[in-house]
Structure formats: C-alpha cells, structure tokens
Write a protein that binds this ligand. Structure first.
Ligand code: ADP
Ligand code: UDP
Length: 243
C-alpha cells in the first residue's frame, strides 16, 4: 500500500472527524477527545477519550475480522487515527440487547437488566433532526433506507457480532447489556460493518461491582469517564494479548 495521506475534512461528527485520503477507497478517522449526550446538545472535552476509544475499537474490529466478521477497519495509524474502508453508510443504527436497559427499560417499564431469553434487535433511523426515531422493517423499506435483503444481512451480522462480543466481554468479567452498530454498502453492494464499537456504543456492566463501564458514566455523571474506559482497555488488552 502506498503511504496514505490525509486529505480534506469531510465531516465532523459527535465522536469522530472523517477525512478523505489520497486513496478514494480509504477514510482517515480521527477519534476526538470529547463526549456528547442528548444527541450532541451536551458536549464536553475529555482528555484521552479519543485515544482510548481508538485503541478499544481497533482491538475489537481486529478480533471480529479474525473470527470471520468482516468490517471496515484497515489499521490503527496513531493514537487518535484509524484508517478504514470507505462505504456508503446505511442511515440506520442497529441495536442488539441482551438485557433490559436504556430506552427499552423506559419504554416498557421493564425491570433494570432483566435478561432476555433471546436477543432483542431494533433499528433506529439515523437522523439528528428527528432524534433518531425507532423504525420498523416495513418503514425502512418504504423509505428506501435498505432493502429486505440488506435488512436480513444486517440482522445476520448483528447476531454474529453479539455472539462474539458477548464471549470477549464475558472473559473480561463484563456483561454486554446492549450495543449499537452501523453498516455501510461497499461499491460491490456488500453490507459491511463500519463506524465504531467502543464503550460509547455499548452498555457494559462489571460482573462483580455491577458498575457501569461505558458512556452511561458520562450520561449520568457517575464518575470519571477516562478511568472507566482505561479499565475496559486494560481488560481487553489482557484478553486479546493472551490469545
Ligand atoms: P455521529 O454521526 O453520531 O455524530 P461520529 O462522530 O462517530 O458520529 O461520526 C462518524 C460518521 O462517519 C458517522 O456519520 C458514520 O456513519 C460515518 N462513518 C463511519 N464509518 C464510515 C465508513 N467506513 N465510511 C463512510 N462513513 C463512515
Ligand atoms: N447507542 C449509541 N448511539 C446512539 C444511541 C444508542 O451508540 O445514538 C447505543 C447505546 O450506547 C446503547 C444502545 O445503543 O448501548 C441502546 O441504546 P438505547 O436505545 O437504550 O438508548 P439510550 O437510552 O442509551 O439513549
């Protein structure tokens, strides 16, 4: 691969800045040292957060690829930067839940962390303007956000990702309560896992202390986010290093 160089800034999101590169197939992703809540309405600078999420996401993407789950990750370039394969994002958030929490708990007044006999899968329409509303399959197809075939493939991959992530986090003595992933389409029309998987997009609970080890620490002011993310990285490095 010829040396990849950063090009123009394409988009600054809530957690990452995306740049073009000298290769049209490759994006330069900078993980930002900031946290947001309430769909970006609350934004705070947090030292090291981008660095930690970059390392955590890189380890997870590499592990998934090693276990047959292809994804956009190419390589970690530096503390804050990852190179990824550029795809056409499908504007949906795919949420997988193993126990009741967050919006599921609120919507159905379910007992906190009530375990599910089989995972719950939900889609949300990615739209800041509309506050990412819940969306069902026929609504997705009606709005031409994805075809039924693409939806089936997203569900299939989300299930495999859940199986693998649950295994990794169990080894880390962490319960994977729920998580969100995003998919894109390659030029060849293949559904590919993209964006990030990190404590920003997962709900993680320590097996022993039952404390949150994810962005809920920021959302609910439960403590120092950097310390918690560092703990997740430490445990992940031990698990992955031992393979
Ligand atoms: P948000 O949209 O929540 O503010 P981020 O700050 O994480 O999110 O910004 C990253 C943006 O880049 C998101 O819009 C995401 O859908 C998009 N993205 C992630 N991976 C890829 C990829 N491989 N190709 C193209 N776009 C991507
Ligand atoms: N999630 C995310 N980005 C979003 C919304 C949700 O990464 O814009 C993740 C969230 O961290 C959790 C899962 O998706 O792991 C389910 O979120 P939920 O619907 O319960 O919403 P919340 O109450 O977390 O806003």
């Amino acid at each position: 691969m010829t040396e990849v160089q950063r090009g123009t800034l394409l988009f600054t999101g809530k957690a990452k800045a995306m740049y073009a590169t000298n290769d049209p197939q490759i994006l330069w992703v900078e993980y930002l040292d900031q946290a947001t809540a309430l769909n970006g309405k609350r934004k705070v600078a947090i030292a090291e957060k981008g660095l930690l999420n970059n390392q955590i996401a890189s380890l997870i993407f590499r592990d998934l690829a090693n276990h047959g789950i292809e994804n956009h990750f190419i390589k970690q370039l530096s503390d804050h930067v990852q190179l990824v394969r550029r795809v056409n994002m499908i504007p949906l958030e795919t949420v997988v839940r193993n126990a009741a929490s967050g919006s599921f708990e609120r919507k159905f007044d379910a007992d906190h962390l009530m375990p599910f006999t089989q995972p719950v899968m939900e889609f949300f329409y990615k739209s800041d303007r509309l506050d990412d509303p819940f969306i069902n399959d026929s609504q997705i197809v009606a709005l031409k956000l994805a075809t039924p075939t693409m939806l089936a493939e997203m569900r299939r991959q989300a299930q495999l990702i859940n199986d693998r992530l649950q295994m990794i986090f169990a080894e880390m003595k962490i319960q994977l309560v729920d998580f969100k992933v995003e998919f894109g389409l390659t030029a060849a029309g293949k559904v590919l896992l993209a964006d990030e998987i990190s404590p920003d997009s997962c709900r993680l609970v320590d097996d022993t202390t039952h404390e949150s080890l994810d962005k809920d620490v920021f959302r609910k002011n439960l403590g120092d986010l950097t310390t918690v993310y560092q703990e997740v990285l430490n445990r992940l490095s031990v698990v992955e290093g031992g393979r």
